[in-house]
Design a binder for this molecule. Structure first.
Ligand SMILES: O=C(O)c1ccccc1NCC(=O)[C@H](O)[C@H](O)COP(=O)(O)O
Length: 261
């Protein structure tokens, strides 16, 4: 069983418990449920740098990255650095994140927030809106085309942007539909955890231009971004490279300054 399958099996149990703990009606009464969302896709289209910076404490590939930073400071630091959006991991078991992290990030900045989660149920999309997200992630490898359609259409009804993540050609072919805003190519092979930016280079020409192209994972240099931009990528999701330092915001600020040079 690969890591995504394990995560999804645990997620099904978690979501069924959460649904009983906080019913949908209660989520819909959250003050944040009525909030006007901010489009990450629009910000990326208008940006020359396109950094989406991630709050990530640990991961299956790296174990511990950083447990010492607090999410309020990280999100505020990222905003001051000039990133386009912030990705907040909300999975607890594998990434050490939580929905409270999303709420805290919401309280500390005015940027689009991506709920970085393994979405397998409508409930998690309603939860994302109730906790202040602007964008949801859908992972093609764990969803059928019918589920991608159902989840992305619900997200659009809630005025959330949708980032669809793929790892290969087949996932891309099965997923293309108008209810998606951004197509993310994940450079990390989730079986071996190896990262290879060639994945982004190889898949870019198969992504129709109506979608904002995002390259995800394993990005740690200005050179990587300069290499990927001519392939049409407008967004770059970076986690570990910033989070492994003792000041993620400062690290992102220096990175963006160097990128703008
Ligand atoms: O990061 C992992 O080890 C991982 C393992 C299994 C599923 C997802 C995983 N990562 C989620 C992400 O998409 C990354 O956190 C994100 O792209 C940033 O990657 P990086 O810059 O390499 O931290």
């Amino acid at each position: 069983m690969d890591i995504l399958q394990k995560i999804v099996n645990d997620k099904r149990i978690e979501v069924s418990l959460r649904k009983r703990l906080i019913p949908v009606k209660q989520l819909e009464q959250s003050i944040l449920f009525e909030r006007e969302t901010i489009s990450l896709a629009k910000k990326l289209r208008e940006s020359d740098t396109g950094i989406i910076a991630e709050h990530k404490r640990r991961s299956p590939s790296k174990q511990v990255i950083n447990h010492d930073l607090n999410v309020f400071d990280v999100a505020r630091g990222y905003e001051n650095a000039g990133v386009c959006g912030i990705s907040v991991l909300t999975d607890g078991k594998y990434f050490g994140g939580s929905l409270d992290d999303l709420l805290t990030a919401r309280a500390s900045c005015n940027l689009p927030l991506l709920r970085k989660e393994f979405i397998i149920d409508d409930y998690q999309i309603i939860e994302a809106k109730a906790y202040g997200a602007d964008v949801i992630l859908l992972i093609a490898s764990i969803l059928t085309r019918a589920e991608i359609k159902q989840f992305s259409e619900l997200a659009k009804q809630l005025h959330l942007d949708v980032l669809l993540e793929v790892h290969n050609k087949n996932e891309l072919h099965k997923s293309i539909m108008p209810s998606l805003d951004m197509l993310g190519v994940n450079n990390r092979n989730l079986k071996t955890f190896e990262v290879n930016l060639d994945t982004s280079k190889q898949l870019c020409e198969l992504i129709p231009n109506d979608f904002v192209k995002v390259s995800e994972s394993g990005i740690s240099s200005i050179e990587a971004i300069k290499t990927l931009q001519p392939y049409g990528y407008k967004g770059f999701l970076i986690g570990e490279n910033f989070m492994k330092t003792n000041d993620a915001g400062k690290s992102a600020a220096q990175f963006i300054k160097d990128l703008e040079r």
